[in-house]
Design a protein around this ligand. Sequence first.
Ligand code: ADP
Ligand code: MG
Length: 450
Amino acid sequence: MTFKDLDLSNQLQYGIDDLGFQNPTPIQEQAFSVVRSGKDIVGIAQTGTGKTFAYMLPILRDLKFSKQIHPRVLVLVPTRELVLQVVDEIEKLAKYINVRVLGVYGGTNINTQKRAILQGQDIIVATPGRLYDLGLSNALKLKAIQKLVIDEVDVMLDLGFRFQLMNIFDILPEKRQNVLFSATMTEDVDLLIYDFFKNPEKISVAVSGTPLDNIEQVSYNIPNFFTKVNLLNHFLKDKETYHKVLIFVGFKRTADLLFKHLEEVFGSETCVIHSNKTQNYRIRSIRQFDEGKNRILVATDVMARGLDFDDVSHVINFDTPDFPENYMHRIGRTGRAEKEGKTILFSTEKEQESKEGIQALMEYQIPVLELPEEVEISTLLTEDERPREDQGISKNRTSLEFVPGAAFHEKSEKNSQVNLGGSYRREIAKKYKKPKTRGDKNYNKHNKKK
Ligand code: ADP
Ligand code: MG
């Protein structure tokens, strides 16, 4: 597909030509008509796949010339640097279009920004904090906003912007299109979508062309959390082979639980990072791991993106990511710069489907190894693994981050509109709680025999 197939305006096509782009990237191709349709959309694609233009092309395509003061499009990004970058990209793309774009962010004079806003803008690109301050002042009127773009949603949430986003949702017109883009699909991203957006169309572009040849992959079928811990301990006792081990888990509470158990055995050799840890704690953990002071690092997926460590001996997937892209992000932390890397995948019966997704994406069957004889099969179940009634998930979520307020009402209203009642809740609960059933015991026996 070429840009010609996208039904761009001539002006946009000239902008593209000047940029020297030949073809739209897959996410650009797939997002174009969905963004134009006005539906809420969530786009997931690896870093560097052209997500900025995936939302800007269709938005610019349909943005009519206007002299009105109040902006119609709001783009939220997590950092100042990104504000500048996105503004710059929009300006290049819109070289032949009469559109007014302004970037605003904290740490600079707010009055200068207010004056610029009052001159009239079409698109505002902002960090959440500054946008909220401006929105509360009289300078920025948000009532004309028709499209809200949240770019780099995973980073946004990882930096703790959830509150800020909720506050912003409160002061935006309810009738608007929501456009979300992220490099990874994390639990936090999923929850944000579930809480605030109406049946968004999800577009997920698989990671492609990832060099896998220098990464040796193996997998184990394991019945439950504590057996996974036993196997992990078994590996980690061999300090020479497992000299720099990065362990990935999908959820913060799994990270904390696992860390607790590893710490009992390996003490200060272990550290953990996830988005509920303070910035300082995270920076310290990352440094100590990279320098070799800590041999073992437990991390959640969202952390996988920025991390660049030398000579990781093993990446261990303590759980099997639901989104195959996350597996690619994870294992990409080893085998860097042409070095040999090793990765091990742990999967329960419930996780087999996710594993199949990963294998389909890679077009590669990960060899399954038998559990070593010495590793004890645990019959203990974690609280999350125990079968339970439809409860707990909402309690759990609200205890994480709950701010009563209009945003909350917006949420309940939306939920009732699309009737996401008990069954959806159970679905989510199933997904995050991974309740275990008795069938797993047989699975385990079956496994051992194989
Ligand atoms: P992401 O947000 O997915 O990380 P960006 O939107 O920042 O990616 O784009 C990454 C780079 O690719 C930018 O330099 C951008 O100008 C360039 N780019 C975007 N779209 C195309 C395209 N269709 N063809 C070639 N290069 C592109
Ligand atoms: Mg981007």
